[in-house]
Ligand binder design. Structure first.
Ligand code: MN3
Length: 325
């Protein structure tokens, strides 16, 4: 099972100038062959199908636990795409001059607007759907670990290329963080292969030759030591990570460590409605009123209980005014 936390793995900037073309490029990190949906589902299925897990516990724990972090990575890619799409369509319910969505015709992936409500899609940068064919779960542990090392290596290439193609602040914050975290998973699988077979993949690092420490958006994460830490995504389970994830980091020589608990992360930005695509509704204020009534009827606080980065000021007061006859 998985328990869920309503925070992003890392802070993303709030919406700024929209970048529809850039958002379609970032889709590669979601639904591409080497995207986060692929890492999530590869490790998830490998952990589901793992036979003899008790006797191979350190390796099972490693794969199952990294799968949990990957959920947070697809969440983060989606948040970046959604940030970049925010404001790309008019916010006046299309009542302004011209055709509401005319301005985005010919830009990026039309599916973001026609089908997706200005939201991320399980697709790659061409708009092709992610497919289960990208999942490799052979049942053979060494084969699977070798595949996972290759997958993380390809993922690093993809992240760097997206970083270089897209300069939107949300895309840069995303790729800066994922390059560092993907690097940790690449090291973890290299160590696992080394401990099982003696093959020293750490001599291949960095693979590809990306000087992560020279990328400005990677630097704060490296300074905090995120390149050497494996998070343990459970309070009770996956206790044997340190049996595999240990020794010196192949590039810096620093000690690899396991940290209890997920990253502290950051609250997500509450992205504003985009009425031209009816997200979340043609008249979102009606949903706000209904939600407030339901919250009161259920005996909950009038204030929304969630935490977001941009807590709306006076939201409840405004709704209360409207509800007062
Ligand atoms: Mn990842």
């Amino acid at each position: 099972m998985i328990s869920r936390i309503d925070r992003l793995a890392v802070e993303l900037p709030p919406p700024s100038e929209p970048d529809v073309d850039g958002a379609s490029v970032v889709q590669e990190l979601m639904g591409g062959r080497f995207g986060e949906m692929s890492t999530l589902m590869n490790y998830t299925f490998q952990s589901f199908n793992f036979r003899g897990r008790q006797k191979a516990r350190p390796f099972f724990d490693l794969i199952a636990n990294i799968a949990a972090e990957e959920f947070g990575h697809i969440e983060l890619v989606a948040a970046a795409i959604n940030t970049m799409l925010t404001g790309a369509s008019p916010t006046d319910n299309g009542r302004g001059p011209g055709t509401p969505l005319g301005a985005v015709k010919g830009l990026g992936n039309p599916h973001h607007f026609v089908a997706g409500g200005q939201g991320a899609l399980p697709q790659d940068s061409r708009g092709a759907p992610w497919t289960g064919d990208f999942v490799f779960a052979s049942g053979d542990l060494i084969e699977d670990l070798t595949h996972n090392f290759f997958l993380e290596t390809g993922a690093r290439s993809g992240k760097l290329r997206v970083y270089e193609m897209v300069d939107h602040p949300a895309a840069r914050a995303l790729t800066g963080y994922l390059l560092v975290r993907g690097g940790v998973h690449q090291v973890a699988y290299a160590r696992a292969i080394e401990k099982l077979t003696g093959a020293d993949l750490t001599k291949m690092f960095p693979a590809p030759r990306i000087p992560t420490e020279k990328i400005p958006e990677c630097q704060p994460h490296i300074q905090q030591g995120l390149h050497t830490k494996l998070y343990r995504f459970s309070t009770t389970d996956y206790l044997e990570l340190a049996a595999v994830f240990n020794g010196p980091h192949p590039e810096t020589g620093e000690e690899l460590t396991v940290e209890q608990g997920p990253p502290e992360g950051a609250p997500p930005n509450d992205l504003p409605p985009q009425p031209a695509v009816f997200a979340p509704d043609y008249a979102p204020e009606e949903i706000t009123e209904i939600a407030t009534r339901l919250r009161e009827a259920a005996g909950l606080s009038r204030e929304p209980s969630g935490v977001v980065a941009n807590q709306p000021e006076g939201l409840v007061a405004k709704v209360a005014d409207k509800l007062t006859p």
